[in-house]
Design a protein around this ligand. Structure first.
Ligand SMILES: *[C@@H]1O[C@H](CO)[C@@H](O)[C@H](O)[C@H]1NC(C)=O
Ligand SMILES: *[C@@H]1O[C@H](CO)[C@@H](O)[C@H](O)[C@H]1NC(C)=O
Ligand SMILES: *[C@@H]1O[C@H](CO)[C@@H](O)[C@H](O)[C@H]1NC(C)=O
Length: 402
């Protein structure tokens, strides 16, 4: 290009010379000098133009070189990026697969553990426990309550609270009278007639216990009085009525004694019961919901045989009893009548609420201080507003288990 430019400028000078030099002026030296100067100026201008063009070309070459380098670099980068992105995507995919696999392993682990070990063990334990309970509650007894047949007021006193009973597990005819919700004086009548007539022949025997009872939950089972020891949270005393000594004692577990068993029974924290299966305790469970807890106690050793959380609430309840291994809880709204069994709990699940008719008690002026079942004469012993009452019952056979 440089050579081409030089040739072009030489050609231009010749061309202009031919154009600007007419023959008649060729002899004029001033004119020649002038023309020469003009040529020089022109030549200088051309030289500058050539240099500028050269610089431009150089710059342009450099620029295009730069551009091509950059383009090349860009291309490499693009392909690098592309492969990097592809690589990354591949890794993400692999990681996802690994996570999925780990997740699967984890679930499989849990399944293996819970299904094969824990669950199986739990099922076996549950099955064994259920078998044990079935044996425990097998007393060839299959009655369920159908209604209250009649009411008999046996005695009238002035005392609002108290309990009265016969031995629930022996053939003794004696009637025991425990006045008040905290006392240690117990009256023993020879038989029901002596109790009713308050006769002085034979006069009742007065027994002073070594400890006071708390509430109205006492029961008598095979010559032993079982009662909540007043001043203790949850101690149950087994008292030998014959020897007049404390035979044994136990602490009822499960948070017993912290709250009233029944909202409308103001002094009973632990209620005891006897039915065809033996000795039971009822207390309110922990928490404000206050659902009743049922505990089966072995009366000989005072060991806890089993405990059940029942769905029956303490709220609005006034009393409860067990009949043939089923808990019947008597409620009365606001502590007045009507008194009605609205919650039933069967540890074996044989009978449910739907099997029961409306179990109303005859209207009484107050809530019951106690209602206890006696499996020997199959009737209820109750205390209401100072009256000692017997409720005769109507029962029927439970539906056989499937
Ligand atoms: C070309 O690149 C070099 C450095 O890489 C730079 O100094 C120069 O100014 C660039 N030239 C143009 C025309 O962009
Ligand atoms: C229940 O007891 C009776 C006899 O008392 C017995 O024949 C029966 O096999 C027992 N049933 C169970 C499930 O233990
Ligand atoms: C305990 O009961 C007897 C009658 O059974 C009674 O005379 C006595 O006052 C009672 N004691 C208390 C502290 O209530």
């Amino acid at each position: 290009t440089m050579m081409a430019l030089q040739q072009a400028s030489a050609f231009l000078v010749l061309f202009l010379a031919a154009l600007l030099l007419p023959p008649q002026c060729a002899q004029d030296p001033a004119m020649v000098h002038y023309i020469y100067q003009r040529f020089q100026v022109l030549e200088q201008g051309l030289e500058k133009c050539t240099q500028a063009t050269r610089a431009y070309i150089h710059d342009f070459q450099e620029f295009s070189k730069n551009l091509s380098v950059m383009l090349g670099r860009c291309q490499t980068s693009t392909s690098e990026y592309r492969s990097a992105v592809a690589n990354l995507a591949l890794r993400v995919e692999r990681a996802q697969r690994e996570i999925d696999y780990l997740e699967y392993l984890r679930e499989a682990d849990i399944c293996l553990e819970s299904e094969d070990k824990t669950l199986a063990e739990k099922l076996i334990q549950e099955a064994e426990e259920e078998k044990r309970i079935r044996t425990l509650l097998n007393a060839s007894c299959d009655n369920m309550l159908m209604g209250i047949k009649s009411l008999k007021i046996v005695k009238k006193t002035m005392d609002t609270h108290g309990s009265w009973m016969k031995d629930a597990a022996s053939s003794s005819q004696k009637v025991y009278f425990l006045i008040g919700s905290r006392n240690k004086t117990l009256w023993e009548f020879a038989n029901m007639r002596a109790f009713m007539e308050d006769s002085t022949k034979p006069a009742p025997r007065k027994l002073i216990l070594t400890h006071s009872w708390q509430g109205t939950g006492q029961v008598i089972h095979k010559g032993f009085l079982f009662f909540h020891n007043q001043g203790t949270l949850n101690e149950i005393i087994k008292y030998n009525l014959q020897k007049r000594t404390v035979e044994d004692r136990m602490l009822l577990p499960g948070g017993a004694g912290r709250a009233l068993v029944y909202q409308h029974s103001p002094s009973t924290y632990i209620d005891l019961a006897v039915d065809e299966h033996g000795l039971w305790a009822i207390h309110a469970g922990p928490g404000i919901s206050g659902h009743l807890v049922l505990t089966k106690i072995e009366p000989g050793t005072l060991g806890v045989e089993h405990s059940w959380d029942t769905p029956c609430r303490s709220q609005d309840a006034e009393a409860a009893f067990l009949l043939c291994g089923v808990l019947y809880v008597v409620y009365s709204s606001g502590g007045h009548g009507p008194h009605r069994v609205t919650c039933v709990y069967d540890p074996l699940g044989t009978i449910g609420e739907e099997d029961l008719p409306k179990l109303f008690f005859p209207r009484r002026p107050r809530s019951h201080s106690v209602i206890h079942y006696n499996p020997r004469d199959k009737q209820l012993y109750a205390w209401n507003d100072g009256n000692q009452i017997i409720y005769k019952l109507q029962t029927k056979r439970k539906q056989p288990l499937e």
